[in-house]
Design a protein around this ligand. Structure first.
Ligand SMILES: NC(=O)c1ccc[n+]([C@@H]2O[C@H](COP(=O)([O-])OP(=O)(O)OC[C@H]3O[C@@H](n4cnc5c(N)ncnc54)[C@H](OP(=O)(O)O)[C@@H]3O)[C@@H](O)[C@H]2O)c1
Length: 217
């Protein structure tokens, strides 16, 4: 198995708790925080993510990876000081019927590039946004199982990408490198990657196809 990692999760909703459960199964240490005091999510954490610890958000500092699982329209309320200096996974998607129309996400760069600018001093990795929270447990398989589902990851920092790829593998998925953070557009809401289940081979083919469209080849 992958070395045990300390995983901090910001957001104790559908996505944060589903990732937390899968991370506990994989043998990682999991701490969860929200915008509220820890005692307000302690019972929820004990019941929904047994083995994880509910903490104040400042106590996520020092985690090997911090996962942000907060609705995108609330990104400006995130305490970026907690994230500073960390490898951070951005699971957030833009969907205007839920998030409202946010002009910074309506066109242009990948949503994660906007988020990276806002977070500042973090190594941001976009992944885990293109799997339903309810699928995370049922689609997981050990490495080597034929037709194992793949998840793509986009990031500018190679070390961060390698660490997160090992984490994704430990959760039960093949990790496929999608390229730099800007290439994360290929995993966003409305894309083939977002809308389907793919093996590593299928994922690479879809990423190549996106690259060809972007470069007009
Ligand atoms: N639905 C899916 O299957 C799926 C899959 C992959 C990714 N996503 C994306 O994942 C993100 C989270 O979705 P979700 O369905 O898990 O949301 P959710 O169920 O509404 O949970 C959101 C969590 O974020 C916390 N939160 C809100 N503002 C915060 C802040 N400033 N600092 C810390 N915590 C904060 C909330 O707690 P408090 O308000 O109590 O602080 C709550 O625990 C969305 O962007 C979504 O698009 C969704």
């Amino acid at each position: 198995m992958t070395n045990q990692l300390s995983i901090g999760i910001l957001g104790a909703g559908r996505v944060g708790t589903a990732i937390g459960r899968q991370a506990i199964r994989a043998g990682h240490e999991v701490r969860i925080a929200t915008g509220k005091p820890a005692d307000q999510i302690q019972l929820l954490t004990e019941v929904i993510v047994p083995g994880a610890q509910a903490v104040e958000r400042e106590d996520l500092r020092g985690s090997d990876i911090i996962i942000v699982a907060v609705p995108l329209h609330k990104y400006r309320s995130i305490d970026t000081e907690v994230l500073a200096g960390h490898v951070v996974i951005d699971t957030m998607n833009y969907w205007s019927p839920v998030d409202g129309v946010l002009k910074e996400f309506e066109s242009g760069p990948s949503t994660s590039e906007v988020i990276a600018d806002f977070f500042g001093d973090v190594q941001l990795v976009k992944t885990l946004n293109h799997i339903g929270y309810g699928d995370l447990e049922v689609d997981a398989h050990p490495a080597g199982v034929p037709e194992r589902r793949a998840l793509a990851l986009a990031a500018d920092d190679d070390d961060a990408k390698q660490l997160v790829a090992a984490f994704i593998d430990s959760l039960g998925y093949d990790a496929v490198d999608a390229g730099p953070l800007a290439a994360g557009q290929a995993l966003e809401n409305g894309t083939d990657i977002f809308n389907g289940r793919h093996t590593a081979g299928q994922m690479r083919a879809l990423l190549d196809q996106c690259q060809r469209v972007l470069t007009n080849v």
